[in-house]
Design a protein around this ligand. Sequence first.
Ligand code: ATP
Ligand code: MG
Length: 598
Amino acid sequence: MSSEKTAVAPGANFIRNIVERDLELGTNASRRWAGTPGDAEHHAKGEPDPAKIRTRFPPEPNGYLHIGHAKSIFLNFGLARDYDGVCHMRFDDTNPEKEEQEYVDSIIEMVQWLGFGWQKYGASHLYFASNYFDFMYRAAEYLITAGHAYVDQQSAEEMRANRGNLTEPGKDSPWRNRSPDENLALFREMRDGKHADGSMVLRAKIDMASPNINLRDPAIYRIKRATHHNTGDQWCIYPMYTYAHPLEDALEGVTHSICTLEFEDQRPFYDWVLERLAKPTEDVGGNEQRGLLAHPLPRQYEFARLNLTYVVLSKRKLIELVENKHVNGWDDPRLPTLAGARRRGYTAAGFKLFTDRIGVSKADSWIEYTILEDCMREVLNESAMRRIAVLDPIKLVIDNYPEGSTEDCFAPNHPQQPETGKRVVPLSKELWIEREDFMEEPSKGYFRLFPGNMVRLRYGYVIKCTGCEKDADGNVTTVHCEYLPDTKSGTAGADSVKVKGNIHWVSAAHAYAAEVRLYDRLFKEAHPGAGDRNYLDDLNPDSVKVITAQLEPALKDAKPEETFQFERHGYFVADRKDSVAGKPVFNRTVTLRDAWQK
Ligand code: ATP
Ligand code: MG
C-alpha cells in the first residue's frame, strides 16, 4: 500500500489512467444518448452523449450497504464527477428473491449521505434493471435465432457433471444441437409457464471445452415462479446475473463498467454477449436484422474489493448478525454497514479521506481497521467542537469554596480554531471528576490528585487535595480539596503556582447525566473466522458498554448527529435515533488514540 501511495499522484489509480487514455483517444466519443436507456435504435435517435463517460453503481437491493460499497461508490461517482460524466444509480434487481423496498430506500439514503446524486443533464439517472426484462428477453430470442443459445433439458446434476473441471473439458449436452426454431419454440413455452421450475434453462452456446469454465455454455435464463417486487408475476423466467449485467450496462450507455476482481473470469462472457448482440445477424427467414446494441460497447474493468480487518463484509454474515440478534438491527453502530457507521458518528468526509488513502488497486489485500479510524479522527479533529464529559464520575468537594455560589469559567470550543469562540462552564463547590484522576496512594509518576498534591482544574483554579471519604468496602466515594483563589485560568495569578496535573471536571449541580455508549470493535480478531474458527466465536464480548456519564450542561442541547470531542476521551456523536430534544444520548465514535495497538 505505502509504495503505491507514494508512487502515484494523489487520487491517481489504474482506472483513472484507463479513463484518461480513453478520453484522449476518443474511444467513446461517437456514442449517442437518447435521454433514457435503450437499444441501438433508440440511442441512434439521440444526440451525441453530453456525458464524457458513464459509470454506474449497481447494488442488488438484498441488503444494506457496507463500508466496502463506499469504496465502489466513491470510485464510480468520483470518476463521473472528475471526468465530466455521470454515474448511474442502478438497482440490479433481476433476481426476484430477497429483494425488498426497505433495501432500496436505505441504499438511496446512504449514497446521498456520502454526498452523491444522479440528477444530471436535466434527468434522473436512477435505474432499475428489472425495467429491462423485456429487452433481455428479446435479446435472448435474438441469440437463439442467431444460433448462439439453446434450451437445455439436462437436470441440474447432469449439467454439473458435464461441466468438467479445471483439468477436464466438459461434455456437450444432448440438446445442444437443436435448431433455432425448436429452441425458440421451447423458450417461448418456458416464458409462457408451460414448464416446471428447474426443468430447463436457456444456455449460451459457446464452448464446452473452454479453459475458462465460465464459457462452458453458461445459463442465461432460468424458470422461477417468484413474485418480483417490480414486475410482480409477469415473468416466470428470469435472466442470470452474468447475462443481465452487460445488457444493463449497454442499454445505459455505460462506458466503464467497474466491478470487483472475482468477475475477472466473467469478462470474456461479458464481451461475448455484447458482441453477439451488437452484430447484425440473419434471422431464419433470411432477413438481415440490425444489431440490438450500439458500438462502442461498454468495457468491464476489475479492481480489488475492500477487505478490512476486524470486520465482516459478507452480506450473508451481516444478515446473520442482525437476524440472530448479535447486534441491534442494521444500523447498530458496531456494524460495518453505512447506516451503522453513520450512527456511530463516522462521517462522509472521513470515508472520502479513507477511500483516497487506500487507493484502488488490482491486487487483493487487507486494510487495517486503524486506517479507517485514523481518517475519522483526522476529520473529526477539525470539525468537532470540544466539550467536557466525565465518564466514570466520583465527587470532588472544594471545602473552602462558598456554599451555593457559582462562577463562570471559559473553555475554548476548539483550541486550534479561536474563531469558534469560548463557552461558559459553570464552577461550584461540588464537582464530578474521573475516578482515575484520584489515587489515595499514588503510583510512581502519578501527578494527578492524591492527598497533599496540587493540580489545576482545567479552565478553573489550582486545587490542593486534602483527603477522601470511603464506603464500607473501602471504595473512594468523595475526594476533598481546597482551591487557591488567586489562580484562576485567564487571570494574572494563573501562573503563580506551577502544577503538573490538569484534570477535567463538571459542576455537579449543573451537570447533565446522560446515557453514553462506549462502542468498541465488534470482533476481537483481525480476521474473524479465519482458519477453522466460526466467525461468531470471534465476536468481542465487550463491544459496547452503556454508562451514565456526567456531561457539561451545554451538551444537553446537542442535536442528533452533532459530533464532539469529549476532552481526553475521544469523539462522540449524539445518536440520531435515540436522542430526544433536551435529552441526547451519545455514541463513542472513536477514541483519541488507538487502544488496540500493542
Ligand atoms: P452479493 O454479491 O453477495 O450480493 P455484493 O457485496 O457484491 O454482495 P452488490 O450489491 O452486488 O453486493 O454490490 C454493489 C457494488 O458494490 C458492486 O459493484 C460490487 O462490486 C461493489 N462492492 C461490494 N462489496 C465490495 C467491497 N468489499 N469492496 C469494494 N466494492 C464492493
Ligand atoms: Mg454482487
